[in-house]
Design a protein around this ligand. Sequence first.
Ligand SMILES: NC(=O)c1ccc[n+]([C@@H]2O[C@H](COP(=O)([O-])OP(=O)(O)OC[C@H]3O[C@@H](n4cnc5c(N)ncnc54)[C@H](O)[C@@H]3O)[C@@H](O)[C@H]2O)c1
Length: 405
Amino acid sequence: MKFDKKYDILIIGGLGHVGLPLGIAFANKGLKVCLYDIDKDKADQVSRGEMPFIEYGADPILKKVIGNELTVSTEMEEVAFAKHVVVAIGTPVDEYLSPKLRGFFSLFEKFANYLDESQTIIIRSTVYPKVCEQLEKFLLKKGLAINIAYCPERIIQGYSIKELNELPQIVAGLNQVAEKKAIDLFSTLSPKIIPTKMGEAELIKLFANAWRYISFAISNQFYMIATMHGENYDSIRKALMDGYGRAANIPGAGFTAGPCLLKDTMQLASFTANTFQLGHAAMMVNEGLPDFIVTQLRFTHDLSKVTVGILGMAFKADIDDTRDSLSFRLRKSLMFQNAKVVCSDYIVNDPNFISKELLVEQSDIIIIGVPHSDYKGIQFPMNKVVIDLWGISKLVVPSSVTFNS
Ligand SMILES: NC(=O)c1ccc[n+]([C@@H]2O[C@H](COP(=O)([O-])OP(=O)(O)OC[C@H]3O[C@@H](n4cnc5c(N)ncnc54)[C@H](O)[C@@H]3O)[C@@H](O)[C@H]2O)c1
């Protein structure tokens, strides 16, 4: 052991949407946690006990643990003092939708001098299959035989604090020591540990997100079919599910966005040498939904003569995160047709957005971009054209009929 271990855990990317709630949850169990991140603004904010984004239930725990069990650092040397090094940085895809791995390995290039063989590296980021093995070889070349485990995160963003204590944890190690160390660590948090082989764990995480992504695409495609035939998908779906258990899980239509579902479906597509036809089909449907709406509107409106309001810009309901939100893609498509576009979101802080009331007043056409709680049951004036994919408003005119009116 090169250095004394004053932390039980150091989380690299510790101030992100995955790293921060995880660190708070471990600290709340009494473990000594250091959140390492390169984002100095977030580091200052979290050190003051303030959450940089919405994570329900996190604020009071952060205030309790910060400066006690939980510390924040922007100094990479701190990694040397941790028993477990958890990696929670972003793992994006590139412009060809292939995994972008350079950032992940350059991280270890920088950290190698501060690691030693008494530590366990736990990958929490969603990784492309075989990355953990590649990392093991990469470190071995640097003379470091370090135990590596993969413990994928499966929480739903915004609700980690609750779910980290409820969801079973998939754990895979590249050797038995790594597996045992990861099991011991996550047993402090998770109600159930599910040990798997490494290849299984990598696919479990990608299958979980691809499954969700494809199931939303099915509904979005049904929505398009119903709309093109002048029918209301929401009514169809409710009647279809009524007393019919075999279709009980069919999701509602809506923008399927955010930094994970598409990205992980594309990682799986890349892993299968682009033979994952269902994944690509789901991408065409989900990413095509904003353009579908614009195309439908063009049948009935000269978009250069109307104001369109997008109500809800976050990538999903009741959070303040706009990463890969399809509301922005919709805005771009509308502007391409020379429409005047106004946007509103009462959770997302953006000086260019206007209030809900002003948006309703100014817009000829209103499109609900995300079903925030505040918009549920919202009733719009009769003279507005409303597109409500989600079926959350009290519509006087159903959405699909609106397209044809
Ligand atoms: N957001 C989710 O709901 C969710 C759920 C499950 C899994 N995941 C996966 O978790 C991983 C992280 O996602 P996220 O949403 O938390 O991303 P994020 O962008 O919110 O957080 C990443 C953090 O890493 C930091 N960072 C980047 N490079 C760094 C470096 N070199 N050293 C230290 N810190 C660095 C960033 O400043 C940021 O705070 C991804 O692999 C993602 O696919 C995310």
